[in-house]
Design a protein around this ligand. Structure first.
Ligand SMILES: Cc1cc2nc3c(=O)[nH]c(=O)nc-3n(C[C@H](O)[C@H](O)[C@H](O)COP(=O)(O)OP(=O)(O)OC[C@H]3O[C@@H](n4cnc5c(N)ncnc54)[C@H](O)[C@@H]3O)c2cc1C
Length: 327
């Protein structure tokens, strides 16, 4: 077995899913700590068009795996092509972003290889020679460090926000190898690509998020946070109690049972910082928290901690943002 980490990045319809960069950043970190080589693979139609971008990200090699039976995504097609490829390369570890598509085919792939998948990991840690993967248990009440046993290749997926995409290192253009996929029978009939309901927002793509918690007190006060989000050109989001109360739609919830985000700026208004919330936003590049309780746990991860009453702070803040933007 080669001392190699293989990252399978995700492309859909010729576009790289940006969470792939986060997984690559995590894999680069792990490769640096273990001394293992890092390679990447892109699968499906247009893989060869995506590969050059990945080749600039400090990887030793990129494989573009294409084939007639991979033109449309199917779990059978992807699992079969990757099984043949991974069997031929024998990496120690295969890492993937925990996307809808990956959750669809990765269990099948790992099982087909008599291997194990640790899914939705929020990070990893080295323990001597072992690499432990951290994942939530019991609906986010506990975080467990999980280790692989038995021979590899082993499979793990990383949650969105587990690593920061902007930490990815670039390198000299790595060689690209085009691989003609070996695909066994595809039993699935490709359907239209899954899209979330139209009204659903994809907060993972937002640069700025203003998030409200129970400190906002009443539904009518949500408007204040919306005004701040609008002034900043950001999206509004919330902690679970706000969505449970129906003050904002469920697709705006951040946390272990909501979305995981990593915006450039996360502004938390009256959010205490329960672990179930933190796991959904701790990867944000910059966190500003406004809370009247100086002991609020959110301050442990905040870059800027503002202790005070949000109703005193937010209205003048909106005015200052508007002034600075010349609105
Ligand atoms: C299985 C499970 C899954 C969960 N999943 C999620 C999830 O996905 N997302 C999530 O968010 N939670 C989740 N939770 C709930 C989580 O445990 C917390 O209860 C929740 O995050 C708390 O929300 P909050 O911070 O808005 O409210 P609180 O904990 O009540 O905090 C309100 C904060 O506002 C501050 N405050 C009050 N008034 C003001 C004011 N005027 N100005 C400034 N600050 C003020 C207070 O000091 C306090 O810190 C989950 C729980 C469980 C058990």
């Amino acid at each position: 077995m080669a001392d190699t980490i293989l990252v399978v990045v995700e492309q859909r319809q010729g576009k790289l899913n940006p969470v792939s960069y986060e997984t690559l950043a995590g894999a680069q970190q792990l490769a640096a700590e273990t001394g293992w080589a890092l390679e990447a693979a892109v699968v499906g139609e247009n893989a060869a068009a995506i590969a050059p971008d990945i080749a600039t990200k400090k990887v030793a090699k990129v494989y573009a795996i294409e084939g007639e039976k991979l033109k449309a995504y199917t779990p059978d097609g992807f699992a079969s092509a990757l099984k043949a490829f991974i069997q031929s390369k024998q990496p120690k570890l295969v890492l993937m972003p925990h996307t809808y598509q990956v959750r669809d085919f990765a269990p099948k792939l790992a099982t087909a290889m008599n291997s194990t998948l640790i899914s939705d990991a929020t990070g990893y840690r080295k323990d001597g020679d072992r690499v432990l993967f951290t994942r939530q248990m019991f609906q986010g009440k506990f975080a467990a460090d999980v280790a692989f046993t038995g021979p590899g290749p082993h499979f793990a997926t990383f949650q969105a926000g587990a690593f920061r995409a902007d930490k990815i290192e670039s390198g000299a253009a790595a060689p690209i190898e085009n691989v003609s996929a070996e695909v066994a029978d595809v039993r699935n009939k490709p359907e239209e690509v899954f899209k979330e309901a139209k009204q659903a927002v994809d907060l993972t793509q937002a640069d700025i998020i203003v998030s409200v918690g129970r400190g906002i007190k009443e539904q009518k006060n949500i408007e204040l946070a919306k005004q701040l989000a609008d002034a900043l050109g950001g999206e509004i989001a919330a902690s679970r109690p706000i969505c449970d109360a129906g003050w904002l739609p469920m697709d705006r919830q951040i946390g272990s049972s909501g979305q995981t985000v990593a915006p450039k700026l996360y502004l938390a208004l009256g959010i205490s910082g329960a672990i179930q919330h933190l796991v959904g936003m701790k990867g944000s590049r910059s966190i500003i928290a406004i809370n009247k309780d100086s002991e609020a746990p959110i301050f442990e991860i905040a870059d800027v901690a503002v202790v005070g009453n949000l109703f005193d702070i937010v209205p003048p803040l909106i005015e200052e943002v508007k002034k600075a933007k010349g609105v």
